[in-house]
Write a protein that binds this ligand. Structure first.
Ligand SMILES: Cc1cc2nc3c(=O)[nH]c(=O)nc-3n(C[C@H](O)[C@H](O)[C@H](O)COP(=O)(O)OP(=O)(O)OC[C@H]3O[C@@H](n4cnc5c(N)ncnc54)[C@H](O)[C@@H]3O)c2cc1C
Length: 281
């Protein structure tokens, strides 16, 4: 359990922009439920190549109009400098002050390469265009990004993003706390002083989780995968085990002294609310 200092860590929640009015209603409900935890911000993802540009903007502005701090994600792959400039200035004009700056996953099919190759170039561009207006988060990978040539090259990339002007990093999810602790120690050794906030993925469904993990390189430990698979279609047991495992992970991270917790919500509130209540008890 947490000590008294860690009962109220900085919490943030990530959503994706819904495609339908029903999805928007569902997200409003989830947001209302999660607002009880006084999050620092709600972030909203952005489809690579700008595919969700308008929906991300609409969702962000709605969150802001409810009085919450909203942080749009911006991914730069396949985008031109002028498109990103327009987007930045639109957010700036609306009083948005917090961004998550990413390269994005390279989309399949015929798409233009765009003006940016890596997220570090996007961070540099945001600073050149808008000075210190935005608090910039970038992505970090405790188990390393699947395209990284080596772990050291990936750490150097995080350092480049920080040196380009990022204020903080949010990690890819992981279930092995040691991977995160070792990663933060290596960041310290490289002179990275900005906070590295762990990204927390609740376990809703083993097929979906295995699919995500294959793409992003986050490991599902063998013991966890086998125990989840043993439950077959018994979703209630899968979720119950997931809540236990993720609550324990959060407690371990908080005892270690992480700067906050960023939850990948998949636009759902119930499981995460149970996890947060568990760690606050
Ligand atoms: C918190 C979080 C939020 C996310 N939100 C979104 C989202 O909203 N939309 C979305 O599309 N995706 C999102 N992603 C996924 C992310 O876009 C992918 O993981 C993407 O493949 C990499 O993005 P990045 O910003 O980490 O890229 P980068 O930091 O550019 O790194 C990408 C890869 O290139 C390598 N690299 C970087 N620079 C160089 C160089 N100069 N030479 C050689 N190799 C280099 C890195 O080591 C890494 O392997 C998110 C990820 C996280 C962790």
């Amino acid at each position: 359990m947490m000590n008294s200092q860690q009962k109220n860590p900085a919490i943030s929640f990530e959503f994706f922009p819904p495609k339908t009015p029903e999805g928007m209603d569902k997200l409003r409900e989830a947001r209302k439920a999660l607002a009880q935890f006084n999050p620092e911000f709600f972030s909203v993802t952005f489809g690579a190549g700008g595919s969700t540009r308008d929906r991300t903007m609409e969702t962000v502005l709605e969150i802001q109009s409810e009085g919450h701090q909203a942080a749009p994600h911006i991914s730069c792959i396949s985008s031109s400098k002028s498109e990103i400039r327009d987007l930045l200035h639109t957010y700036q004009a609306h009083g948005i002050k917090h961004l998550v700056a990413l390269r994005g996953d390279v989309p399949s099919g015929e798409v233009s390469a765009g003006d940016f190759k890596y997220a570090a170039e996007l961070v540099e561009f945001i600073r050149t265009e808008t000075g210190d207006h935005f608090f910039i988060e970038v992505a970090a990978y405790p188990e390393f990004h699947p395209e990284a040539k080596t772990p050291s090259a990936d750490l150097q990339n995080l350092k480049r993003k920080m040196d380009a002007g990022a204020n903080s990093a949010i990690t890819q999810y992981f279930y092995n706390a040691d991977a995160y602790f070792r990663f933060v120690e290596q960041c310290d050794a490289l002179g990275i002083t900005q906070p590295i906030v762990p990204g927390i993925m609740p376990i809703y469904n083993i097929t979906q989780l295995a699919r995500f993990s294959n793409v992003c390189g986050a490991e599902i430990p063998r013991w966890l995968k086998l125990r989840l698979e043993e439950y077959g279609d018994d979703m209630a047991s899968i979720r119950a085990l997931g809540v236990d495992v993720v609550s324990e992970l959060c407690e371990t991270l908080l005892v270690w002294g992480v700067p906050g917790l960023h939850f990948y919500t998949l636009n759902q509130a119930a499981t995460i609310s149970t996890i947060i209540h568990n760690i606050q008890d």
